[in-house]
Ligand binder design. Structure first.
Ligand SMILES: [Zn+2]
Length: 166
């Protein structure tokens, strides 16, 4: 996963320590992004469920052209990781396996979810970027700010990357 993220970032011209905005990926994949309010061809009832709920992050509603709906109720840093997660599905060429009856959003296999969680995190904060930040003695809050990520994401990345932070 780490090397897939490194390759993708390299391809886009980003070094490990540079923050990668989801906007760059949106442009690269020629994606259209929607919020629950702006998503086309959705029934009013479903729009209401999506608008009122925090319990969903994002989903790909069309593959070609790529259309992603994401939850604008989440904090901006979380919206970033939500989008990274969806692009991870795209990069890994995951298939959709039906729809959530509650939200109407596409569902996926648990293994695919785990992979996308991991790759999404690598894209946002690569291990080498994390090492760079730790060497610079940046705090978790500073790292989060630098990579436009949540502190939860920074802590997750520190844990799974096996990096010691003092
Ligand atoms: Zn997912």
């Amino acid at each position: 996963m780490e090397s897939i993220a490194t390759d993708q970032r390299h391809h886009l011209g980003f070094k490990a320590y540079q923050p990668l905005s989801s906007k760059v990926l949106v442009k690269y994949f020629k994606a259209q992004t929607f919020t629950a309010e702006t998503v086309p061809n959705t029934e009013a009832e479903q729009v209401k469920i999506l608008c009122d709920s925090d319990n969903w992050s994002a989903g790909i509603i069309r593959k070609n052209p790529l259309c992603i709906v994401h939850n604008s109720r989440h904090a901006p840093t979380r919206q970033e990781s939500n989008l990274m997660h969806e692009f991870a599905h795209v990069i890994l060429k995951h298939k959709m396996v039906g729809c959530d009856p509650q939200t109407g959003l596409p569902q996926r296999r648990q293994q695919d979810e785990d992979e996308a969680v991991y790759l999404g995190g690598c894209l946002q904060i690569p291990r080498r970027g994390l090492l760079w930040a730790v060497q610079k003695k940046m705090t978790v809050a500073q790292i989060a700010l630098h990579f436009n990520a949540s502190e939860e994401m920074v802590n997750f990345r520190i844990n799974v990357s096996g990096i010691d932070i003092v």
